[in-house]
Structure formats: structure tokens, C-alpha cells
Design a protein around this ligand. Structure first.
Ligand code: PLP
Length: 396
């Protein structure tokens, strides 16, 4: 894979006709080490956020040994890429065939569930195995998060007692898991969820061996700058210490976004300008699904030398397909003299950007290069107060 110092260097050297993905392995390593060192428990990487084998290897090399997988294809991918990784099948609704293959062929021992039917399915598919870690998923509020995960999965608090008691009988280790929703903007989301966990444990009066606080750890985007991650960890550690569980119980988390958002950005070309709208060569069916469908704003930068001195103005983007839905409202702030033929870097696309690309309408490309500079924003540059901010990083 080619290496360039930064996006400007790449755009100047290659003048690429297709969008190019820029990856920053050091940013992924830094995020992984942060979780490994500062989260006082086990950090599982949620593979759906970005299943790139190159990224999986960086995370493994940085100490991430456990992987949250949600489909049999993710099980196979991680097992083939990282043969020694521990896989945890954390989708609460699985095909029986997928459970059987994961258990028998890939040695998966950890499964989540939120109904009695799923528990029976797991027991049947594993032939009544006695070596299972079973995590019962409880529904919690997504009120503090930018993307809800509250509607689809999770047992209601009043269903938890029967589920925990039944799962206790089938499990070697019993756990409770939840997901506060993606991009949780305050640690209070976890404190509130842990209160539900406490109530469920007290009501069921069972021994709980694992508490898994799920994903939701934020990253930094324009207009969505979260508090430092250490505050999230402190809140979770404190709540965990207060739970009525055994001294040897384990604390787990499942970060997706927080481990990979900074890993990738995209270099695109402006193909046309119409007023304050730029037609660019990637969009809603490419890496910009969230920008189009949930109004997410990503940091943008004009790649031009010498730098434009013109003041910024707000732009929206159209992607390359023939579809009106291929529209990213932004606002994206760029120098007012941006024009067709210019290149832009769109940052923070390592999570749920690159992973969701399609080839709809014949657009999109796999061209990937390594960049050596800092990502366009970072939550891992030291404590907020004493942060040394490189010139290309958005200050929080
Ligand atoms: C998507 C998902 C995650 C990762 O969520 P992030 O918000 O990216 O941290 C973790 N656990 C489960 C069960 C998920 O579905």
C-alpha cells in the first residue's frame, strides 16, 4: 500500500479520478491502547463498525484480543484474519445454523440473547453445551445518544428476572449486556443503564459473572464534541464497583466507533459547483451514508496549495449517483472559492463510513493509501487540558 504524508500530498501527487480512502494505522493503534490501558476491564471490538482486515490486525497488535461479531460472515472473517482472537456472538437474534457453526467450527462460547426462544435456540444449536457464556441483553434508554439502539433489541426490565434465572441454569458464566445507543454524548447514559442492571440483578437474585456495558463510546465530529473518554470510564468503573456482584465478576465493553472513527478519511474531487452546493464523487451510497441519512456532519478540508485565503462559507454536497437522495445537507464549511477540480478531505469516516459503501450506479472505489499525519480530530491526544494540538486537528 502506498504511503503519503497527508491528504494534500496524495491529491497533488495522484490527482485521483476516483475517491481515495486514507487510512491512519497509528490512530487505530492509539485508540486501542487507550482502551486496553485505561478501561479497567475487557474491551471487545465491535467488528461491524469497520471490518477491514488491515484494521483488525492493527487492533490485535495493540492488545485487543476479543471481538464482538454479529453475523456468521463476521465470525468467519475474524477467525480467518486473527486465528487466536476470542469471538463473542453478540447479536441477540441469530440463525440456529449460525450458532451451531460458530460453536462447533469456530469455538465461539459467548452468545447474547434477549428472549427465551433465543436461549432455547442456543441450547439446541450447541447440543446442550455446558461451557457457554450467556449474556442477557437488557433494554436501556438511548436518550443520550445520537443514534438509537433502544427499539430493536433488549428484554424489558420486567422480563429480565425469568430470563436471568433460565440463562443461569444453561450458562457456565452468566452476564448482562446493554447498548446505550451510538455516539453517547454523556457518561450519564452508562450510569442510568447500570441502575437498570442493578435492579435486574437484585430482582432475579442470581450470581452474575459478567457485566458488559456495550458500545456507544463517542468520537469527535463538528457540533458533536463529547467530554473526555476517561470520564466515561470513571463513571462506568464507579457504577460497576457498586453492583451486587461477586468480587471476581468481569467488566466488558464493546467499542466500535471509538476504536476506528479516526482510522480513515476520504479524498474526493469536486466535479461541479452550483451556488452553495458541491457535486462530489462520493456520497450516500459510498462512505457518506450517515451524512445523508442521519444528518451527520464530518470535518472537511480544501486540499489546495497555496491554501485559499478566502473566508469559509457553508456548503451542502451531492454525491455522484443519479438519485436525489444522494444529498448531504451538512453544513460543511469550506473556503468560499472552492470550485470544480478541487480536492477535499472528509474526515472521521473510519466508523460506519467505509463499512457501508456500495457500488450503486457504478461509483465507488477500493483505492486505499496510508497517511502519516494526524486525523482531522482526535479524542486520544492526552487530557483535554494539556492536549498538544497539531495544526490539522480540530480543537475540542
Ligand atoms: C453496533 C454495536 C456496538 C458498537 O457500537 P458503537 O456505538 O460503534 O460503539 C457494540 N455492541 C453491539 C451489540 C452493537 O450492535
Amino acid at each position: 500500500m502506498h504511503t503519503h504524508h497527508n491528504a494534500l500530498g496524495l491529491a497533488s501527487a495522484l490527482r485521483p479520478v476516483q475517491p481515495v480512502t486514507l487510512i491512519r494505522p497509528l490512530a487505530a493503534r492509539r485508540a486501542a491502547r487507550f482502551f486496553v490501558e485505561k478501561f479497567l476491564g475487557r474491551s471487545l471490538y465491535a467488528v461491524k463498525a469497520n471490518p477491514s482486515p488491515d484494521l483488525l490486525k492493527e487492533l490485535w497488535d495493540s492488545g485487543i484480543t476479543h471481538y464482538d461479531v454479529a453475523s456468521i460472515a463476521e465470525v468467519r472473517l475474524v477467525a480467518e484474519t486473527l486465528p487466536d482472537a476470542v469471538l463473542c456472538f453478540m447479536h441477540p437474534v441469530k440463525a440456529e445454523e449460525a450458532i451451531a457453526e460458530a460453536y462447533l467450527r469456530y469455538g465461539v462460547r459467548t452468545f447474547s440473547l434477549d428472549t427465551m426462544e433465543e436461549l432455547e435456540k442456543i441450547v439446541t444449536a450447541t447440543g446442550g453445551a455446558t461451557d457457554l457464556n450467556l449474556l442477557v441483553r437488557i433494554r436501556v434508554s438511548s436518550d443520550h445518544s445520537k443514534l438509537s439502539l433502544a427499539a430493536k433489541f433488549g428484554a424489558e426490565p420486567d422480563e429480565m428476572k425469568a430470563l436471568l434465572i433460565a440463562a443461569r441454569q444453561a450458562a457456565d458464566a452468566l452476564g448482562i449486556c446493554f447498548h446505550v445507543g451510538s455516539q453517547a454524548m454523556t457518561p450519564a447514559a452508562y450510569a442510568e443503564a447500570m441502575e437498570r442492571v442493578r435492579a435486574a440483578i437484585v430482582a432475579a437474585a442470581v450470581t452474575v459473572d459478567i457485566v458488559d456495558v456495550g458500545g456507544g463510546f463517542p468520537s469527535s465530529y463538528p457540533g458533536m464534541e463529547p467530554p473526555p473518554l476517561t470520564l466515561y470510564f470513571e463513571t462506568i468503573h464507579r457504577a460497576f464497583e457498586d453492583l451486587p456482584i461477586s468480587y471476581s465478576a468481569e467488566l466488558w465493553c464493546e467499542p466500535g466507533r471509538a476504536l476506528c472513527a479516526e482510522y480513515a478519511s476520504l479524498v474526493v474531487r469536486v466535479e461541479k459547483r452550483r451556488g452553495d452546493t458541491l457535486y462530489i464523487n462520493d456520497g450516500a451510497y459510498g462512505a457518506l451514508f450517515d451524512a445523508a441519512h442521519v444528518g451527520w456532519r464530518f470535518p472537511v478540508k480544501l486540499l489546495r496549495e497555496p491554501e485559499s485565503e478566502v473566508r469559509d462559507m457553508a456548503f451542502s454536497f451531492y454525491g455522484p449517483t443519479c438519485d436525489d437522495l444522494d444529498h448531504m445537507a451538512g453544513p460543511f464549511l469550506l473556503p468560499a472559492d472552492v470550485k470544480a477540480g478541487d480536492y477535499l478531505e472528509i474526515g472521521m469516516l473510519g466508523a460506519y463510513g467505509c463499512a457501508m459503501r456500495t457500488r450503486f450506479n457504478g461509483f465507488g472505489s477500493d483505492l486505499t493509501v496510508v497517511a502519516e499525519d494526524e486525523p482531522m480530530a482526535s479524542l486520544y491526544l492526552g487530557d483535554a487540558e494539556e492536549r498538544a494540538v497539531p495544526s490539522n486537528v480540530v480543537t475540542l
